[in-house]
Design a protein. Structure first.
Length: 458
């Protein structure tokens, strides 16, 4: 356990030191469970999201993109079941007054004992029994003196405008899915699309839950990449589609550089599974703190469209253009948490050698594809030639870093630590034969290539 905690601490320290992730509101003492993505974190996160969009939306003829509003009519969340079922069980320590999520606290305690049982979704009474039987103490002060656990809704409440408060209540969205469900008719009316098809989007969601530690794994706001895949249950078997999308999800995450040996599928128990789902599976990754959810897939049946149709009185059935059959489509929902993928890539790629630390990141997700160095910065011809190489790469649309600080060895190691796949050095020989040195991050091997051949190498 100490070794994994040490890895987590090293990843967190690297993120702060190198500008990947900063604690939220740090100059004011911070705000728990909030983080800001720095310059390198933004580049890497953008790469992840762009690769997801390209793979699951752009390259497919059965997918359409959306960007729906964070604020929605409150009735949306009533119809979806979130106001009644989107709950977390909380418990308060009477000694230090800290508030803790009971389910997460119990699972952390059990994991420390080598027991990986999931307790999410168990009745409040059973959670209280487990806490009392195991005498689970407060993770903040170490005392065993709890209030009775109780349910707390995870939707963030807010109010719109200046109308009376009881009429202005709304929520920050707790998931992306509802924006796609309430726009189902708009899309089918405007595009005349054929089922099966999917609606996908990337966006922020908000959950007012108690989260303890584990860095960016669980935060108050985070970005999801998600799509709803609509199909006719009388023509396609849901379990076949479920398995198809599982395989597509796994292939994509491996293509980013995640080691297959560090991932595994886990089926949700009946108690753990969300109220809208008939079957849910998580693709867990071996983070520094153990196997945890990275991606998820759920079979939501016709739960959402059917409930929105009843609540709104708008017909959301789909009409088959060939047979004339009218039905409420069923849905398979693959969900990808971009911050968890981000953390998984950093954890998977963190590598230590005797004299350096480097991130073994796939070149498609690394913040910079390449770095350009002038060997010396007091030789005008070298700096000028290096700047031209830098601009040449930049004009091709690749992210490129410029570094002329300190000695060349320190520059190499600094780029290794942020995961830059290769570095290009312009030196005195460049002025003679128009060649540069390209150094590989992982092997540290160097080779001379012509400037015009750079793109074939990087």
């Amino acid at each position: 356990m100490k070794e994994t905690e040490n890895l987590q601490q090293k990843v967190v320290a690297l993120c702060k030191r190198r500008g990947f992730v900063f604690p939220g509101s740090e100059i004011y003492g911070g705000l728990a469970n909030t983080y800001d993505y720095g310059p390198l974190g933004v580049l890497m996160m953008r790469n992840i999201q762009n690769l997801w969009w390209e793979n699951f939306i752009t390259k497919r003829s059965d997918m359409y993109g959306l960007d729906t509003a964070i604020f929605m009519a409150p009735d949306v969340w009533v119809a979806s079941g979130h106001t009644a079922n989107f709950n977390e069980v909380l418990i308060d320590c009477k000694k230090c007054k800290s508030r803790t999520g009971a389910e997460k606290m119990i699972e952390a305690y059990l994991e420390s004992k080598g027991d990986f049982t999931k307790v999410e979704g168990l009745p409040v009474e059973e959670l209280e029994k487990i806490i009392n039987e195991n005498k689970i103490s407060c993770p903040e002060c170490g005392e065993f003196d709890w209030t009775k656990p109780r349910k707390f809704n995870n939707l963030f409440e807010t109010h719109i405008g200046i109308v009376p408060e009881n009429k202005s209540l709304t929520y920050l969205r707790g998931e992306l899915a509802q924006g796609m469900f309430v726009n189902f008719k708009n899309v089918t009316d405007s595009l005349r699309c054929k089922i099966p098809f999917g609606l996908g989007q990337v966006g922020k969601v908000f959950r007012n839950e108690i989260t303890k530690g584990n860095f960016i794994f669980r935060t108050l706001e985070f970005t999801l990449m998600e799509f709803e895949y609509f199909f006719n249950p009388s023509k396609q078997k849901w379990n076949d589609l479920f398995e198809y999308w599982k395989e597509e999800m796994k292939k994509w995450i491996i293509s980013l550089g995640i080691s297959e040996s560090k991932i595994r599928w886990r089926i949700h128990t009946d108690e753990e599974r969300a109220h809208y789902s008939t079957k849910t599976e998580d693709l867990d990754f071996e983070f520094a703190v153990g196997f945890k959810e990275m991606l998820g897939i759920a079979y939501r049946t016709d739960f959402d469209l059917k409930n929105h149709m009843e609540k709104s009185s708008v017909d959301l059935r789909f009409t088959d253009p060939e047979s004339g059959e009218r039905y409420v489509p069923h849905v398979i929902e693959p969900t990808f948490g971009s911050s968890r993928i981000f953390l998984a890539l950093l954890t998977n790629g963190y590598t230590e050698e005797k004299d350096r630390v480097f991130l073994k990141l796939n070149k498609l997700v690394a913040p910079y594809r390449v770095a350009v160095f002038p060997l010396v910065k007091n030789k005008e011809e070298i700096v000028e030639r290096a700047r031209k190489v830098y601009e040449m790469i930049q004009n091709k649309g690749l992210s490129v870093d410029w570094d002329d600080r300190g000695n060349i060895g320190k520059r190499y190691f600094a780029q290794d630590e942020i995961g830059t796949p290769c570095c290009i050095t312009i030196d005195y020989q460049t002025l003679e034969d128009n060649t540069v040195t390209i150094r590989d991050r992982d092997t540290m091997n160097q080779q001379r290539v012509k400037i015009e051949d750079i793109f074939s190498k990087i």
